[in-house]
Ligand binder design. Structure first.
Ligand code: 5GP
Ligand code: ZN
Length: 113
């Protein structure tokens, strides 16, 4: 499949990994939007949040366990951070392999743009 994030998972596209286990990978975003900007992805190809099912949802729970560990490791747990999933074109999802942005190290506005 022609998917950038599947290629990052299989190593054919390099990335700056900050966390990896059997089912989840986290790496720094190529175009950071905050002092801390990490992408947390399931290794299996799930196209978007629309495709979360009872069959694959365990990895989503695991991603949030990893996020809590990463927040501490990256030193953003106390000040706060934002986890974002863009689903579909209107939300600006440019890579069609579901991912969670973890952003920290600055203030964020609400509502998001
Ligand atoms: P989306 O717009 O789909 O929510 O987020 C996709 C994110 O992936 C963007 O923030 C973009 O900078 C990042 N990105 C796209 N291609 C690559 C890549 O090859 N390597 C890394 N590390 N990040 C990428
Ligand atoms: Zn993929």
């Amino acid at each position: 499949m022609d998917c950038i994030f599947c290629k990052i998972v299989d190593g054919s596209i390099p990335s700056n990994k900050v966390y990896e286990d059997d089912s989840v990978l986290a790496f720094t975003d190529l175009s950071p939007q905050a002092p801390v900007h990490v992408l947390i992805i399931p290794k299996q190809h799930i196209t978007s949040a629309n495709d979360i099912t009872s069959e694959n949802s365990a990895v989503i729970a695991h991603i949030f366990e990893v996020a809590a560990v990463l927040a501490r490791q990256l030193g953003i747990d106390r000040d706060g951070y934002r986890i974002v999933n863009n689903c579909g074109d209107k939300a600006g999802q440019s890579v069609k392999h579901m991912h969670f942005h973890m952003l920290g190290g600055r203030d964020f506005t609400w509502p998001p743009g």
